[in-house]
Design a protein. Structure first.
Length: 686
């Protein structure tokens, strides 16, 4: 019996070691559809070369050159592409056939990658699969004891969804082309394939129009992309297997159009570029023929500039106030039997759809455009809930999910990761209806981002969304996701993304000095407030002129330190008997936090940007003290004063409240320590 039990334990141990082993063997994000790790590794030295076979394709050739440059960057080793015989090459690539002239939704993106100790083979039906496979290879490269190496593995990979997008709002804050390019590099690294370019808003019209030049001349403060730049970005994206879809939001979110063309609006002008955030009254006049003439000209020009099949017309958040207040519009609605502003917007959408179709594009819009009167060719992007995605699919429309993927809301990665386009309301759809769900998009709305901090709001969390959209639905292990997210985040550094690197200069600016050790200790455990709380707690009305130089702008959306601390506390509370090391780590962190406020005080004198942070620093110190006394009680079993627990918990509650628009993310774990210590009988403790 005892032997049997021993055998079972040994079996379990072996299995768990094997599991850990296999997880360690593959660090990619997204996780491939199927993979089998081997035991050896392929060493990459300076003799490494690539050989291209099969269909000759310029995109694959350029992709291979970039791959070698990237590998060289990752390893610090000069690598030149000596055109090697395929039998001698470290990596042999085979492409079966070419891809579409203009990248299309649903093209084959699959690839096979086999790495053995003597070399690697990558094969794919189309160049798109090759590009993805090269990214997988780059993610697999590790520093090993014998050199840089890729672990042996056999991968067969393909995406779960055909549409894996990232939307960037370049209107509320203008985002320069080079920043977009590096983010396209990030997208390619995690196999995202649609860049949704939100180009117009109340706060800015960001693209040159040659036909209607007052749009960018008067609507952009001079911050717009020329058409040459747009073509450059589209080519850059195409080289990386990414489609580019422009969005021109209408009939609302359109004040910047009216600065140059007030006659488009539903109320008399003049108009100015909007500086505040929110939903505003100006909207296009759907009752005037000249509106559609204008849109025909504009959409025609843009349809020729953007090669992709899809054309986004926005359609969200029309408050209808200008329509309500305009007697001519009211009369139009009466004479056409329209009962509501929704009816009027549906009429507008129908007219716009005809124009979009005339220019040979497929219309896509936010879920407000959903109306059974519209042709089934349109696509719905669901942002207000998963319900609208399912509803669209039931009505015969194709759809994308963005509800749950709003990365401006500062959610932790696990929360986005838990959102699945096929779950929730979509779970009960028929197989045919499910076919209409194309995928999803992460959305980077830009009220609070600048070129300096935008990468840190997009990465690494978008990699978790990318995995949700690429990997099989049963890839759900949050711990594995976080392990790999850390690795992919470092990998993205090599691509020139600044999500990690921008932290330091931003902290030095706030500190006003080189010594940021105390500020860093604090910054590492705070996160910006969540959802729309930043608006609600703003010290003054935020605008596009508001500086983005505070702790809330530098702090990462998700504190790794806080997550690790919570894991330590959880492990400690659940298995106290065997946790000396864990206890020591917890104590070290709490001590550092307790002592940080003293280090912080002298620094505050040197910078106005630190003043608002002092109370947060004091709360952190108080949390450190409270956590340490909880730990003492847990360890020593001393009798606690009667009021101790209530006092500590009141302190924790204060610390949980946002201050300076940041949240102290270690408060819940300190609370758990206090509650655990209060639950322990003093006399029975060791
Ligand atoms: C949106 O967030 N208004 C699409």
């Amino acid at each position: 019996m005892r032997l049997l039990r021993l055998l079972a334990i040994v079996c379990l141990l072996v299995m768990s070691v094997a599991l850990v082993h296999s997880q360690q063997q593959i660090s990619t994000m997204p996780l491939p559809a199927s993979f089998r790790p081997g035991s050896g590794q392929f060493v990459i030295d300076q003799s490494f070369s690539v050989s291209l076979t099969g269909y000759k394709d310029k995109r694959v050739e350029r992709g291979t050159q970039r791959f070698l440059q990237q590998l060289s960057r990752q390893t610090g080793m000069p690598l030149v592409n000596k055109s090697a015989e395929s039998s001698r090459a470290g990596l042999t690539i085979r492409t079966d056939h070419g891809s579409k002239q203009v990248q299309e939704l649903g093209e084959d993106e699959s690839y096979d990658l086999q790495v053995t100790s003597s070399g690697a083979q990558l094969s794919a039906p189309s160049p798109l699969g090759v590009l993805h496979g090269l990214q997988t290879f780059l993610q697999l490269v590790k520093t090993s004891s014998t050199g840089f190496a890729v672990p042996e593995v056999t991968i067969q990979d393909r995406p779960r969804f055909a549409w894996r997008g990232l939307m960037i709002d370049v209107a509320r804050h203008f985002i320069p082309l080079d920043v977009l390019k590096r983010n396209l590099d990030g997208m390619a690294a995690v196999k995202m394939n649609v860049f949704h370019w939100h180009l117009s808003e109340n706060q800015g019209f960001r693209i040159e129009s040659k036909k209607l030049p007052k749009l960018h001349q008067l609507g952009s403060d001079g911050l717009y992309y020329t058409q040459d730049e747009v073509r450059e970005l589209i080519a850059y994206a195409r080289d990386r297997g990414i489609r580019v879809i422009p969005e021109f939001d209408m009939p609302g979110h359109s004040t910047s159009w009216f600065v140059g063309y007030p006659e488009l609006a539903s109320a008399a002008g003049p108009y100015q570029i909007e500086r505040k955030w929110g939903v505003f009254d100006p909207a296009m006049d759907p009752t005037q023929e000249r509106t559609y003439k204008f849109l025909d000209q504009f959409i025609g020009e843009m349809a020729a500039l953007f090669p992709d099949q899809y054309f986004h017309i926005g359609g969200d958040e029309v408050n209808g106030k200008q329509w309500d207040a305009n007697p001519k519009i009211q009369e139009f609605m009466r004479s056409h039997g329209m009962k509501s502003n929704q009816d009027l917007q549906a009429y507008f959408n129908k007219r716009v759809q005809a124009i979009v179709s005339k220019h040979k594009k497929t219309m896509i819009g936010w879920d407000e455009i959903l109306n059974p009167d519209l042709r089934k060719t349109i696509t719905i992007q669901s942002w207000r809930g998963q319900q609208s995605l399912a509803q669209a699919a039931k009505l015969g429309y194709r759809g994308l999910l963005s509800h749950g993927y709003y990365i401006d809301l500062m959610w932790p990665a696990w929360q986005h990761y838990a959102v699945d386009p096929m779950a929730d309301a979509a779970a009960s759809l028929s197989p045919e209806e499910k076919q209409r769900i194309l995928g999803g998009e992460a959305c980077m709305w830009s009220e609070y981002v600048s070129p300096e901090n935008i990468d840190s709001r997009i990465w690494p969390r978008s990699a978790a969304i990318a995995e949700r959209l690429w990997s099989p639905q049963n890839v759900q292990d949050v711990n594995s996701m976080y392990q790999r997210l850390k690795i992919v985040s470092r990998h993205l550094d090599w691509l020139g993304l600044t999500h990690n690197s921008s932290y330091w200069p931003m902290l030095r600016r706030i500190a006003g000095t080189e010594d940021i050790s105390a500020l860093r200790t604090l910054a590492d455990v705070v996160e910006p407030v969540k959802d729309y709380t930043r608006e609600e707690t703003a010290p003054s009305v935020p605008t596009s002129a508001t500086p983005l130089n505070r702790l809330v702008d530098a702090a990462r959306p998700e504190s790794q330190t806080a997550r690790q601390f919570a894991a330590l506390v959880n492990a400690f509370i659940s298995q106290q008997s065997n946790s000396d090391e864990i206890r020591a780590e917890i104590r070290a962190l709490l001590t550092r936090w307790r002592d940080n406020a003293n280090k912080f005080q002298p620094a505050t004198v040197s910078s106005f940007l630190l003043k608002e942070v002092v109370p947060v620093s004091n709360e952190l110190s108080a949390l450190g003290t409270a956590g340490l006394s909880a730990l003492d009680y847990l360890e020593n079993g001393e009798t606690r004063p009667e009021t101790w627990e209530a006092e500590q918990l009141a302190l924790v509650e204060r610390a949980k409240k946002p201050q300076a628009q940041v949240l102290l993310m270690v408060a819940p774990a300190v609370q758990a320590l206090i509650e655990a210590s209060a639950a322990t009988e003093p006399s029975s403790s060791k």
